[in-house]
Design a protein around this ligand. Structure first.
Ligand SMILES: Nc1nc2c(ncn2[C@@H]2O[C@H](COP(=O)(O)OP(=O)(O)O)[C@@H](O)[C@H]2O)c(=O)[nH]1
Ligand SMILES: [Mg+2]
Length: 315
């Protein structure tokens, strides 16, 4: 996902801003004018440093109304959309409040008639701005955790068509991804499974197509899926342009054809309207099955499978 800077805690932000404040020294004026110019400069330094930091944070997070539904689901699974929205909203509130304190106290500084009035306005601004920052310290901490999790999440190109693999464990899905991909598939960690997801790419004409293998997700019946896995399947529904369902008629995967057929039925129900290409893998072992006969091991049928993908994607 996109680069998000480390999110500082409220105290760190304040320390940084007050270091800037300390550097503001006016030497070319005298008396009250000097005190006023220095206070105004310090207020600006404080407010600008803080609002610039907060602004950067707000802009660094993906804009939740604009991200692809698949990414939105993933963000929800890994950090929680409501909490993220709340935290970003709180930071925006802090930014605006700091700005308005700055405005109000600097006009008090400008109209002040004595040094005491100037330092009173300045100290009041320091205190109020510090307290605003402290009020959002939980939200800043949350954003930093969210940042780490989002940073780890592999980016998926939502512009490129996506082929998603399904089928019982050990039927040969990963091997098929390797065989039809150009180059080595990338291995990635997604928030919905502890297993590694492999993502391959293939070129059909000028179009790059992504092939995704999602272990632990589309390899068993829905009633075996937990809440996060169900949400992940919903996310995949937004993403998958075509599914490849892999049978292993040799049953060396450890699942009977009955179990594999019933999984295909479930997958069909989970992905209404999404085309499914059915293949029977391990044809080298001599057990005929449904759909395209392929052998990932012997690299038989890879071309025919790519051709079916091309047709399904209307490329
Ligand atoms: N005989 C044979 N074995 C295969 C074939 N494809 C995969 N396998 C084997 O089946 C096992 C599971 O393959 P894998 O790709 O990890 O399955 P996945 O769990 O569906 O991703 C591995 O030991 C593979 O070597 C094939 O076409 N023929
Ligand atoms: Mg696999």
């Amino acid at each position: 996902m996109k680069e998000i800077p480390t999110i500082m805690g409220s105290q760190e932000i304040l320390d940084k801003a007050f270091r800037r404040v300390q550097k503001v020294i006016v030497t070319d004026l005298k008396g009250l004018d000097r005190a006023r110019a220095e206070a105004t400069g310090r207020l600006s330094a404080l407010s600008h440093t803080i609002t610039a930091v907060l602004n950067k944070y707000i802009r660094a997070f993906p804009s939740l109304d604009q991200v692809h539904p698949f990414e939105r689901e993933l963000i929800d699974i890994s950090v929680g959309l409501d909490e993220l929205r709340h935290s970003l909203g709180a930071i925006d509130w802090a930014r605006k409040t700091v700005e308005s304190i700055h405005k109000k106290e600097s006009s008090r500084v400008k109209s002040a008639a004595t040094r005491q009035e100037i330092s009173f306005a300045l100290n009041s601004a320091y205190g109020r701005i510090s307290s605003v920052l402290n009020k959002v310290s939980k939200e800043l901490d949350f954003l930093n955790v969210a940042r780490d999790r989002l940073q780890d999440m592999p980016g998926i190109d939502t512009e490129e068509p996506v082929v998603v693999m399904a089928g019982c464990p050990n039927v040969g899905k990963s091997q098929i991804v390797t065989v039809i991909s150009s180059g080595k598939p990338e291995v990635a960690t997604y928030p919905f499974t502890t297993k590694k997801v492999s993502l391959g790419h293939l070129h059909i004409g000028y179009q790059r197509v992504q092939v995704m293998d999602t272990p632990g997700l589309l390899d068993r019946a829905p009633d075996k899926r937990n809440k996060i896995e169900l949400q992940a399947v919903a996310a995949l529904e937004h993403l998958a342009d075509v599914l490849v369902y892999v049978f292993d008629p040799s049953e060396t995967c450890g699942y009977s054809m009955d179990v594999q057929t019933s999984l295909l039925k479930h997958i069909r129900e989970s992905f209404p309207g999404i085309p499914i290409i059915v293949v029977s893998n391990k044809s080298d072992m001599g057990f005929p099955g449904e759909g395209l006969q392929i052998s990932a091991k012997e690299r038989i049928g890879a071309e025919a499978l790519i051709e079916s993908v091309r047709t399904a994607l209307s490329l």
